[in-house]
Design a protein around this ligand. Structure first.
Ligand SMILES: *[C@@H]1O[C@H](CO)[C@@H](O)[C@H](O)[C@H]1NC(C)=O
Ligand SMILES: *[C@@H]1O[C@H](CO)[C@@H](O)[C@H](O)[C@H]1NC(C)=O
Length: 131
């Protein structure tokens, strides 16, 4: 897992809160599933619908299954563009619409749940050519 400092700080605080023992002392694990799609070699076009998918095989027994969301990232920074929200990590997928973007080869998706994790870099071809 790669850690993006700002998100990581927020998420560490969130994880600390959610990891606080409840009255029943339940154990809740931080879980950052690996993004499976999009992967290296994927090319998306603005306006298309796609399922972002992630690996459910490492799912802990007890997870804090709060609503998760997906952001779009370039090589150097996480953008505030929300690709998907209002789904659960246990869903394993969420259908998104590719937004209008400047064409670039260095996009990736950031899956933010109990932890954050981002996938491989891939290309999006949008209405504006690579700058
Ligand atoms: C999962 O949660 C249940 C109920 O709180 C608890 O009894 C159990 O020990 C937990 N299992 C793990 C692996 O943390
Ligand atoms: C996303 O996955 C669901 C469930 O498999 C499927 O019904 C839907 O058609 C998929 N959407 C796209 C855009 O492939």
């Amino acid at each position: 897992m790669k850690v993006f400092s700002v998100l990581a700080t927020v998420l560490t605080a969130a994880a600390a809160i959610s990891a606080a023992p409840t009255a029943q002392h339940e154990v809740r694990d931080v879980w950052s599933p690996k993004v499976l799609y999009p992967h290296a070699g994927t090319v998306w076009y603005s306006g298309q619908r796609h399922n972002v998918t992630w690996d459910l095989s490492s799912q802990p027994v007890n997870i804090t299954n709060n609503p998760a969301f997906i952001l779009l990232k370039t090589e150097n920074f996480v953008t505030p563009v929300v690709l998907g929200y209002n789904f659960l990590l246990t869903d394993g997928r969420v259908e998104i619409t590719v937004p209008d973007v400047i064409s670039r080869p260095d996009y990736s998706v950031v899956l933010v749940g109990t932890g954050d994790n981002w996938g491989d870099q891939f290309r999006i071809n949008g209405p504006i050519a690579d700058l």
